[in-house]
Design a protein around this ligand. Structure first.
Ligand SMILES: Nc1ncnc2c1ncn2[C@@H]1O[C@H](COP(=O)(O)OP(=O)(O)O)[C@@H](O)[C@H]1O
Ligand SMILES: [Mg+2]
Length: 254
C-alpha cells in the first residue's frame, strides 16, 4: 500500500500563522514508515501546532503535507484519520463511568463506522474484539479491562488513551506529551508501552522529559520559535550545546 521509496510523511515549508504570530514557520521534515521521531523544544515552540498541521485540526497556512505520497494539506481531520494518522491528546477524553474495555470497544466501533460507513449494532464483531484485545495487551491494561475508568489510576487512564488511538490501526501515531503529569513509576511504564508498540507504526513524540524521549526514538528534531533548529540521532542531541542551552535551568519534569 505504501508508495515505494517515498517517505510516509513529508512536510514541506509548513507554516501556521495566527495573525502576526508565526507559531510554525517553514518546517520541512520527513518521516519514513515505522520511523520514530521526538520533537523537543521549549513551551510555545510550535510543537502542538505542528501536530495540528499534520492531523488537520489547524491546516497549514502555507506549505504542504504529504502522507504516503498523497497531498493532504487541505484534507479534513476525518480524511486524514481514515488514511492512517492517529493522535492522542494532552487532556483526558474518556467515558469515566464505562469500563476500560467498553471505552475501547466504542473507539474501535467509531473507527469501523467511519471506515465502512455503516452502523453495526448488537454485540461486538470478531474483528472488533481482536482489535480491543490487542490494544489492551499492548498498553498493559488486560488486568484492568473490567474496571470503570474512574477507578483506574491517572497513569492507566493515559495508557487507555493511547490504547484507544491504536484501535484505528494507524500507520502514524502522534503522541503529545504522553507522560505529562505522570509519577516517575507511571512514566517508566508509559515508556515501556511506547517502546513496545509495533515497529511498523511510525511515531512522532512530543515530550518534555528529554531522557525519556531520547530513549524511545531513532531521530530527534529540536524546534524553537516555530522553526527547526536542528535534527540528529539521540546520541548527537544528548551532548549538543545548543540543546543544552535551550533547556538550561528548566526542570526536567516541568
Ligand atoms: N489557536 C491559536 N490561536 C492563537 N495562537 C495560538 C493558537 N494555538 C497556539 N498559539 C500560539 O502559538 C505558539 C505555539 O504554540 P504551541 O504549538 O502550543 O507550542 P508548544 O506545543 O511547542 O508548547 C504559542 O505562542 C501559542 O500561544
Ligand atoms: Mg504543546
Amino acid at each position: 500500500m505504501s508508495t515505494s521509496g517515498a517517505p510516509l510523511l513529508q512536510l514541506q515549508g509548513v507554516s501556521i500563522h495566527f495573525g502576526a504570530l508565526k507559531a510554525v514557520d517553514g518546517v520541512t521534515l520527513q518521516l519514513a514508515a515505522g520511523e520514530r521521531v521526538a520533537i523537543l523544544g521549549p513551551n510555545g515552540a510550535g510543537k502542538t501546532t505542528l501536530f495540528n498541521a499534520i492531523t488537520g485540526l489547524t491546516p497549514a497556512t502555507s506549505g504542504s503535507v504529504l502522507f504516503d505520497g498523497a497531498d493532504i494539506t487541505r484534507a479534513t481531520p476525518d480524511a486524514r484519520a481514515h488514511r492512517g494518522i492517529a493522535r492522542t491528546f494532552q487532556i483526558t477524553n474518556l467515558f469515566f463511568g464505562l469500563t476500560v474495555e467498553d471505552n475501547l470497544l466504542l473507539a474501535a466501533r467509531g473507527t469501523a463506522r467511519s471506515r465502512f460507513a455503516f452502523w453495526r449494532d448488537g454485540g461486538a464483531q470478531g474483528s472488533e474484539r481482536d482489535t480491543v484485545e490487542s490494544a489492551l495487551t499492548r498498553c498493559q491494561l488486560l488486568a484492568k479491562r473490567h474496571l470503570p475508568v474512574k477507578d483506574i489510576s491517572y497513569g492507566e487512564q493515559r495508557q487507555l488513551e493511547l490504547a484507544m488511538s491504536l484501535t484505528s490501526e494507524p500507520r502514524l501515531l502522534l503522541l503529545d506529551e504522553p507522560a505529562a503529569g505522570l509519577s516517575p513509576a507511571e512514566r517508566v511504564l508509559m515508556a515501556e508501552v511506547i517502546r513496545g508498540l509495533p515497529r511498523t507504526l511510525a511515531l512522532v513524540l512530543i515530550e518534555h522529559d528529554i531522557d525519556l524521549a531520547l530513549g524511545l526514538v531513532d531521530r530527534v528534531v529540536c524546534m524553537v520559535q516555530g522553526t527547526v533548529l536542528l535534527e540528529g540521532r539521540p546520541d548527537e542531541i544528548r551532548g549538543n550545546e545548543q540543546v543544552q542551552a535551550i533547556y538550561l535551568g528548566r526542570p526536567r519534569h516541568a
